[in-house]
Every structure is written in structure tokens, then in C-alpha cells.
Design a protein around this ligand. Structure first.
Ligand code: 6PG
Length: 469
């Protein structure tokens, strides 16, 4: 028994994570039902023991006890199947880790299932794609705290490091890790949609070419907006198509696909009553993008959007400001959902640690996360990130640009749903009064649902339409 950890699922992610553990000085055993993947791992074996197995028995016998098995298999049925295969070979105190994008409710179910046999189960979010897995992802573990201690040295060594600080922290009990990863992906969707809308305004409104677009995003990435997503966006506009030598971006079909984790965040936010205006819109827009034939029909009936007649109407600086403000609001929505979920599911998620471990390795890593970390460190009970003094000040400074962008884009018909939703999110949060009194009156009118009064406690009902005597 030589292996510090066993990796199940030797696809690109699993293999890269295995190599990452090995590079950090750990011995690794790998398992895959596909023998070609096992062979590939054995070829990579170097001075540290690092072997692949095709038999469950041989694999488990290679693991030091208590065993730690980390699975990187597709979410859903494959996870349950893998658990079923390994469970008979494990002993009380052993640990199974699901590092895939599983739904948090599946994780809770699995924790309960394996705990009957004294086995620990952890749901761990891993972000950063293939390169992240190989050279340092952001790792979001949740579940049994003592079990976590068993793998903590491995995780801390393999995670991305920001100024020597590993991008991993224990995030709470039960399915907390997978919940945090789900929110990460919701934020990822929101920011991607916002960046997409800046691209649309610059492409169709200002008629920038790919070279100019590359320059804008590159410039933005040098300042407050510095982030992985802005950085890769800048790189995308440089890429040429091998076939035509034209910018590749213009050859890519405009239909966004999704595996669903962003949608899950929106779905659960609806159950918990937490508004995710920007993130919801991002999910909707992926769906809308997929309705390409309807969009084409609409364009032929109603005509395409226009471009700005006066090209100085919207400055690149306005777009930058608007993107920055709305990015903060997207994080604010995600954090608000995490805070509510933490109470509802009794996770006890440390929000400042979440922001800290998102600073490196993951897809939503961004310079602003240091400000977010510090906001929650100062005020762990902050109800909305927009109320942090320094971030709130930023949003306030940028709101003029955001309004200008929304006005100009809507005037020529360029759809900017995430910017518009974010602006309304902001405006609603600065409305001490909203027209919900009318909704209450309507509900009481048609359904006797009762309403509350501003001047007296209790539930009231009115026979609407009858003159008061
Ligand atoms: C990450 C990504 C990763 C993956 C998503 C993409 O953090 O590394 O979020 O998990 O790229 O599954 O999600 P969609 O297919 O839903 O866009």
C-alpha cells in the first residue's frame, strides 16, 4: 500500500490532477475502466510511484489506509455506479471524494448512503479547466471536517497559490463544496454574458473589428477588470481560422451550449427567494441564443438592430465602467445566494474564504475578488456586497456609464439584457419603496390572499370594489 490518493476517472481532468499530485510529491494510484487511459497513466509514471489499474481490487489494495479515493467522472449516474463498485472494497473511515460538477442534492443523498457503512463522502468543487487541474485549480471542499484533514495536505499542495496562499479552504458541512461550485458557475455564466454584451455593443454598435476588440479587452485586463475571463476574451480575438485566415470568432456559430450548473444556481435561488437578476438572464440568453431559426425569422420580420450614428455616443470607457459595476453585482448575487444557502442548508460557509480561494486557479478569478474577500472579512454578515463601502462607491461612480450604455444600446435595438437586469437590480436595491403594494392589493382582490398595512400589524382583507361605509 503505497498511494496517498486514488484517482478514479483518468480522462483529461483526472489524469492532470493525478500528475499535479505526483509533481507535489505524492504517490498516486489511478483507476479507469478504459484500459487505454490506464496505460497512458503508466507511461507517465516517474520517480514517485504512480500507477494505473484496471481492476478495482488491485487499485484499492494500492491505497494507504484509511483510503482516500477521488473521483473525476461525469456527474449523474456514473458517480453512483462508481460508488457502487468501490463500496464493497472499502472500510469504515475510508473517504470517497466526488470532484465532479454534481448537483448538491445528489451529494447530500450520497453522503447519507455511504455513511451507513461508516464511509465518509465529500463533495468537492474543482475549477480551472484542464490547465487548472494540471498546474493548480481552485478547490472547494465540503463535507465531514475530520475527513477533510486527511486530504488537506494534498489539496493545499495541488491548489493554485496566490502569494503563497493555497486556493483551497474547508467550506462547510454536507454538500457545501458542490453548492459553492454551483454558485461559482452561476457567476461564470453572468460575467460571460456581460462580456458578450460589451462585445456586441462594440461589434454591432461601434463596428470594431477583431483587432480593435482584442486591444480593448487587453487594455481592460491591465486595470481593475483584470480577470481570467477578460484575459481569454482578449486572446480569442487574435485567433485566426486555419481554413480562411480570418478571425476565428466570426466563424463560430452563435448558439451557446450548457451543461447546466449555471441553471442549477438560478433554480435553487428561486426556491430560496434570492434574486439573481444577472445570472438568471445569462441562463435565459443561452436558451435564446439556441433559438437561432426563430431569431432569423424575427430579424426578417422586424429588421436587425442598428449601429450608433454618432460613434462617440458610447465610449469604450463607459463600457469598461459598466462591466466593472455589473461584475461586482454578479458576485454580489452569488454571495447573497451562498449566504442564504449557508443558513438554509446549515453549511456554515465562510464567505471571505470563498472569495479568497476564488482569487486564483478558477474560471472567475479576478482582481476584484481581493476587494470582495476583504469586504466579507470586515463584515461577515454583510447582507449585500453592494453595501460594502469601497465596492458601493465604485458602483456609484460607474452607474452613469451603465445608464448611458443601456440607453444607447436599447435606442438602436442591441440586446443588453444582462446590463439592463443588473441596472434594475441596482435600482431596486436603492428603492425604499417598490410597487409591490399593488401586487398585494391585486392578490387580495382576486384571491382574498390578505395584505399587511404600513400603519398596523396583522393580516387584512378588503371586499374590493365595495364602497367603504
Ligand atoms: C470550471 C468550469 C467548468 C466547466 C463548466 C462549463 O470552473 O472549471 O465552470 O466546470 O467549464 O462545466 O459549464 P457549461 O458547459 O454549463 O457552460
Amino acid at each position: 500500500r503505497y498511494a496517498d490518493i486514488g484517482l478514479v476517472g483518468l480522462g483529461v481532468m483526472g489524469r492532470n490532477l493525478a500528475l499535479n499530485f505526483r509533481d507535489k510529491g505524492f504517490s498516486v494510484a489511478g483507476f479507469d475502466i478504459d484500459s487505454s487511459k490506464v496505460k497512458a497513466l503508466n507511461t507517465d509514471a516517474m520517480e514517485r510511484r504512480f500507477e494505473g489499474y484496471g481492476s478495482v481490487e488491485d487499485f484499492v489494495s494500492a491505497l494507504k489506509t484509511p483510503c482516500a479515493i477521488l473521483m473525476l467522472v461525469p456527474a449523474g449516474k456514473p458517480v453512483d455506479m462508481a460508488i457502487k463498485d468501490f463500496l464493497p472494497h472499502l472500510n469504515p473511515g475510508d473517504l470517497i471524494i466526488d470532484a465532479g460538477n454534481s448537483h448538491f442534492s445528489d451529494t447530500d443523498r450520497r453522503i447519507e448512503y455511504v455513511s451507513e457503512k461508516g464511509i465518509h463522502f465529500m463533495g468537492v468543487g474543482v475549477s480551472g479547466g484542464e490547465k487548472g487541474a494540471r498546474y493548480g485549480p481552485s478547490i472547494m471542499p465540503g463535507g465531514n471536517k475530520e475527513a477533510y484533514e486527511q486530504v488537506r495536505p494534498l489539496f493545499e499542495a495541488a491548489a493554485a497559490q496566490v502569494n503563497g496562499d493555497p486556493c483551497v479552504a474547508y467550506l462547510g458541512s454536507g454538500s457545501a463544496g458542490h453548492y459553492v461550485k454551483m454558485v461559482h458557475n452561476g457567476i461564470e455564466y453572468g460575467i460571460m454574458q456581460l462580456i458578450g454584451e460589451t462585445y456586441d455593443i462594440m461589434k454591432r454598435g461601434l463596428q470594431f473589428d477583431a483587432e480593435r476588440l482584442h486591444q480593448v479587452y487587453e487594455e481592460w485586463n491591465q486595470g481593475e477588470l483584470e480577470s481570467y475571463l477578460v484575459q481569454i476574451t482578449s486572446g480569442i480575438f487574435l485567433q485566426r481560422d486555419k481554413k480562411t485566415s480570418l478571425p476565428l470568432i466570426d466563424r463560430i456559430l452563435d448558439e451557446a451550449k450548457q451543461k447546466g450548473t449555471g441553471k442549477w444556481a438560478s433554480q435553487d435561488s428561486m426556491d430560496l427567494g434570492i434574486p439573481l437578476s444577472t445570472m438568471d438572464t445569462a441562463v435565459v440568453m443561452r436558451h435564446l441564443s439556441a433559438l437561432r431559426h426563430d431569431r432569423q425569422q424575427g430579424a426578417s420580420i422586424f429588421g436587425e438592430c442598428g449601429s450608433f450614428e454618432d460613434k462617440s455616443e458610447v465610449q469604450v470607457e463607459d463600457l469598461r465602467n459598466a462591466l466593472y459595476a455589473c461584475t461586482i453585482m454578479t458576485y454580489a448575487q452569488g454571495m447573497a445566494l451562498l449566504s442564504a444557502a449557508s443558513k438554509h442548508y446549515q453549511y456554515d460557509v465562510p464567505l471571505s474564504d470563498v472569495a479568497r480561494i476564488w482569487r486564483g486557479g478558477c474560471i472567475i478569478r479576478a482582481a476584484v475578488l481581493e476587494k470582495i474577500r476583504s469586504a466579507f472579512e470586515k463584515r461577515p454578515d454583510l447582507s449585500n456586497l453592494m453595501f460594502d463601502e469601497s465596492l458601493g462607491k465604485k458602483i456609484n461612480e460607474c452607474q452613469g456609464s451603465l445608464r448611458k450604455l443601456v440607453r444607447s444600446a436599447t435606442a438602436v435595438g442591441i440586446p443588453i439584457p444582462a446590463f439592463a437586469a443588473s441596472l434594475s437590480y441596482f435600482d431596486s436595491f436603492r428603492s425604499s419603496w417598490l410597487p409591490a403594494n399593488l401586487i398585494q392589493a391585486q392578490r387580495d382582490y382576486f384571491g382574498s390572499h390578505t395584505y399587511e398595512r404600513i400603519d398596523e400589524p396583522g393580516a387584512f382583507h378588503t371586499e374590493w370594489g365595495q364602497p367603504e361605509r
